[in-house]
Design a protein around this ligand. Structure first.
Ligand code: UDP
Length: 329
């Protein structure tokens, strides 16, 4: 299938491009390269540096490349920034997605796979999270993703759009061969920061809070390998053939892992010590977030190939060792 990967030069998008190629599909990448890295995508993959607001250009690409399905990864994803600059988030995450969807409808492309997030659930009352639990985001980032989910539901009913929205837990790890991986600027995620603290590339890690109601007092998260995420995006293709299909899936391993357990995994994999300091809680961090992803496993046959934090961190380390500066020269 000819698939337009919007945000295909970003962290999850670029891994998905590789998985699409491995599964025999034809990815085409659209990325404005504000956060993405050209080097994260193989030279032979058609690549367009375009903004989603440019509907004329995006429409042309859809037609020229005979696109049948669009995957949309392009979004701003810093929770803290979404609180201080919500305008940016509503424009980049909601308005830009509406431009893309309008283009798709105008060009007759009616299959869509959307990157959503567990941040749409807010601070859940019960764990693990099931797809049917209430969604009440506590920051503009989560709200913008929920706004798009709701628009997609209405578009499915009105225009016959078929879509899957995947609610990611903590995407982590890197390609098994170490060729591409995580490179954010600024970096805020636990695993790359812990690795950099271990190698001395950054200062000691700040552990945000050790007084949470969890077994070791630090937050519990559900780290899921980026290639496992990618494979779910492809497994859903067969379920998007019915016009108006509206599918929602949690993607996580279901295993809660604490911040201290991540530090131990990084130490085990690297053989180095992770220097860290205890710091105050980070605003907006729920104590625990982990998924029930039985629906994706049962309905899509989604197989988790990296079920434990050590195997995930091992891939992150392989990428990091080979590319200590990420995609920077
Ligand atoms: N975290 C931390 N120190 C850091 C970065 C993150 O203690 O420098 C904690 C954070 O509070 C959360 C977990 O690590 O409990 C995962 O954070 P991350 O930013 O990687 O992902 P999030 O869960 O916010 O999407």
């Amino acid at each position: 299938m000819n698939v337009l990967v919007v945000g295909g030069a970003g962290y999850i998008g670029s891994h998905c491009v590789r998985q699409l190629l491995a599964a025999g599909h034809q990815p085409v990448v659209l990325d404005n390269l504000i956060y993405g890295h050209r080097a994260a995508v193989a030279e032979e993959v058609p690549f367009y540096t375009v903004n989603l607001g440019n509907e004329k250009e995006v429409g042309k690409i859809l037609r020229k490349e005979s696109i049948e399905l669009v995957m949309h990864f392009a979004a701003c994803a810093y929770v803290g920034e979404s609180v201080t600059d919500p305008m940016k988030y509503y424009f980049n995450n909601v308005a830009a997605t509406l431009h893309l969807l309008r283009c798709m409808m105008g060009s007759g492309v009616k299959k869509f796979v959307f990157s959503s997030t567990c941040a749409t659930y807010g601070v859940p009352e019960k764990m693990p999270l099931v797809e049917t639990m209430p969604q009440a985001p506590i920051n503009p980032y989560g709200q913008t993703k929920l706004d798009v989910e709701n628009a997609l539901k209405a578009f499915a009913a009105a225009y016959g759009l078929s879509f899957a929205a995947f609610r990611y837990f903590n995407a982590a790890g890197a390609a098994e061969d170490g060729s591409i991986g995580e490179h954010h600027h600024p970096e805020t995620h636990l695993i790359p920061l812990a690795i950099d603290a271990a190698t001395g590339a950054r200062p000691p890690l700040q552990v945000f809070g050790n007084d949470y109601p969890t077994p070791d007092g630090t937050c519990l998260r559900d780290y899921v390998h980026v290639d496992d995420l990618s494979r779910a995006h492809i497994a859903v293709f067969d379920y998007l053939t019915t016009p108006g299909a509206a599918l929602f899936y949690n993607l996580g391993t279901g295993t809660p892992t604490s911040v201290l357990a991540v530090i131990r995994a990084v130490e085990k994999v690297t053989g180095l010590t992770v220097p860290y300091n205890l710091a105050p809680r980070r605003a907006g961090d729920p104590p625990a977030l982990y998924a029930d992803s039985i629906k994706a496993q049962n309905e899509l046959g989604w197989l988790i190939q990296y079920p434990d934090i050590t195997s995930i961190v091992a891939t992150a380390w392989k990428w990091h060792e080979a590319h200590p500066k990420g995609f920077a020269k």
